[in-house]
Design a protein around this ligand. Sequence first.
Ligand code: FMN
Length: 147
Amino acid sequence: MSKAIVIYETRTGNTQIIAKAIQGGMKEAGVEVLSKRIAETTADDLADVDAVVLGAPTYNHDLFSPMKTFLFKMEKQDLKGKIGAAFGSYGWSGESVQMMSDTMKHIFGMKVMEPGLKLVGRPSGSSLEQGKEFGREIAERIEEYKK
Ligand SMILES: Cc1cc2nc3c(=O)[nH]c(=O)nc-3n(C[C@H](O)[C@H](O)[C@H](O)COP(=O)(O)O)c2cc1C
């Protein structure tokens, strides 16, 4: 069975809602997937997964700072060749998603799904469905990669 982890941080809960939707879509597609906030995440969580999915909102045109710090911690892990994907809630510009994708691609050498998933504000209805769909797409990518 394919394994993945969704690691996210949020200030007002919007990115957490996306994280749960993505996790739901991946589970439906048969992936064993946990979702954790940064504080709950350990190095072991990254060790034996096929895919790492990162989520964080944009504040002041920047990546939410707990995720910035976490990316420096991730640098110590060998993630080369794993599938990566990024998502986040935003208000009007949403730079965080591209920043996480770029780091996974250029620094960690991961195979990154682009574009990542950017959703405005607090997701509900069709945007929740977009989250699930993104999860299913990540699951498909893992399967393709394993062939
Ligand atoms: C002080 C402040 C600064 C913000 N700066 C940006 C920004 O530069 N670009 C943007 O797209 N959204 C910005 N936002 C909107 C947040 O990204 C948005 O509220 C998002 O849904 C928060 O996600 P969270 O609930 O996961 O923390 C800002 C919000 C606040 C309160």
